[in-house]
Ligand binder design. Structure first.
Ligand code: 3PG
Length: 397
């Protein structure tokens, strides 16, 4: 690309032109001058170069012209003008390589997020079947995540975030919503099939639009409102035809949807202007949620129930039960961490499409693993609801 003669900023460069074996760029009155180790023309030892944008790319000389005696610089002999251009292919190649690397990184984050989410859902349900204490199980997964991050910070595997009182204050409403959403989803999964919880949870965009419209006064394109018809209709069809329908399970999933809508609203407001990585943000959220949840978990279930239930589960399942608990707790933290790391790299819209895809993998895999009976009309309801969330994502663009 050709630019103005006046541009400067280059400190050194190598030409591919064999005419000039070795050049060094010098700044001179905002022009770029090249001193030549072997002057190509007798008496000429300076070249004014006409085209520069950045210093990173090699320059190719496209023309060289003697400027004559009027351009003679003091003690520097005659001056010739050369036009050079940067190697644009370098920029194209390096930006294409960076974009490809970014795509690979995001794909790894997505794949890890989904895989860990599927594993979490399977082991969480196995634990809840043997040990039906969702408040304990929710608190334990938050405690495990917090401990995991304290160890990562102490060993400097992860750089600890620098936070202030304002940060924790703005995190508080997010943590309250996260705690409610997490415990409500776990209560739901303790009462109904995991697939059913996730079918209802695929209605989250509908809750988001309704809350934003009626509580915050936001308006959306007509397509967004229309997409709510299949979302709500599909979820309703699925709920009405669910063989093991249970009101606590349904309400838990709905409360979780609402709580996560508020979590997203508060976290968007709280994070404005703050710089903290997705990984550390989720770690702080876990710690605060654990502190909020623990007293409620003790009040609702309590250590006596937990001790008796734990013994019972151990005697029924054996030592494998401990592995199940470890898998569900650790995977809960890690899948959320990867989802927040993905959110760091992509738009909220891509994130919500990814989340919907994740629900499909969870619904299908848990139906297979737990041999959940599914009627065709029930599956149709789930498919309509999920299709609706795709329409919603498209309409929101
Ligand atoms: C939880 O326990 O927090 C929920 O299962 C979360 O569900 P989601 O991450 O799939 O929305």
């Amino acid at each position: 690309m050709f630019c103005s003669l006046k541009q400067s900023g280059l400190t050194s460069s190598t030409f591919s032109n064999p005419l000039i074996e070795k050049t060094q760029a010098l700044k001179h009155q905002r022009s770029l001058l090249f001193s030549l180790s072997k002057p190509p023309i007798k008496g000429v030892n300076l070249v004014v170069c006409k085209s520069f944008k950045s210093s990173a790319k090699p320059l190719y000389i496209s023309s060289i012209k003697e400027l004559g005696s009027s351009f003679k610089l003091r003690n520097r002999g005659n001056v010739i003008e050369c036009k050079a251009h940067e190697d644009e292919s370098i920029e194209t190649k390096s930006s294409a390589a960076a974009a490809a690397a970014q795509k690979v990184k995001i794909s790894i984050y997505f794949a890890t997020w989904w895989a860990l989410n599927v594993i979490f859902n399977i082991y969480n349900k196995k634990v809840l079947n043997a040990f039906p204490y969702p408040w304990f199980s929710s608190a334990l997964s938050l405690a495990t995540g917090s401990l995991f991050m304290f160890i990562s910070w102490a060993t400097r595997i992860v750089e600890p975030p620098s936070t202030d009182f304002d940060f924790w204050k703005s995190l508080f409403p997010v943590a309250v919503a996260h705690t409610i959403g997490h415990v409500a989803a776990t209560v739901s999964m303790a009462n109904v099939a995991v697939s059913f919880t996730h079918i209802i949870k695929s209605g989250e965009p509908a809750c988001s639009v309704l809350v934003s419209r009626f509580l915050l006064g936001e308006t959306f394109p007509t397509g967004v409102y229309l997409s709510l018809i299949p979302i709500i209709g599909g979820c309703a069809l699925s709920a009405l035809t669910e063989l093991n329908f249970n009101m606590t399970g349904f309400n838990g999933a709905m409360i979780s949807n609402l709580a996560f809508v508020f979590r997203n609203i508060f976290s968007k407001r709280g994070m404005k202007g703050k710089s903290i990585s997705g990984m550390n943000y989720y770690a702080c959220l876990s710690i605060m949620s654990f502190l909020i949840l623990t007293p409620f978990a003790i009040a609702v279930e309590g250590p006596q129930m937990w001790a008796a239930g734990w013994q019972n589960a151990l005697s029924q399942i054996g030592p494998n039960f401990l592995w199940w608990v470890a898998a569900q707790s650790l995977c809960y933290h890690l899948y959320n961490q990867f989802s927040y790391m993905s959110l760091d790299e992509i738009s909220p819209l891509t994130f919500s499409i990814g989340n919907t895809m994740k629900r499909i993998s969870v619904i299908v895999s848990t139906i297979i693993i737990f041999r959940t009976p599914v009627q065709p009309i029930n599956a149709l309801g789930a498919a309509i609801a999920i299709f609706g969330t795709f329409l919603y994502s498209q309409a929101k663009q």
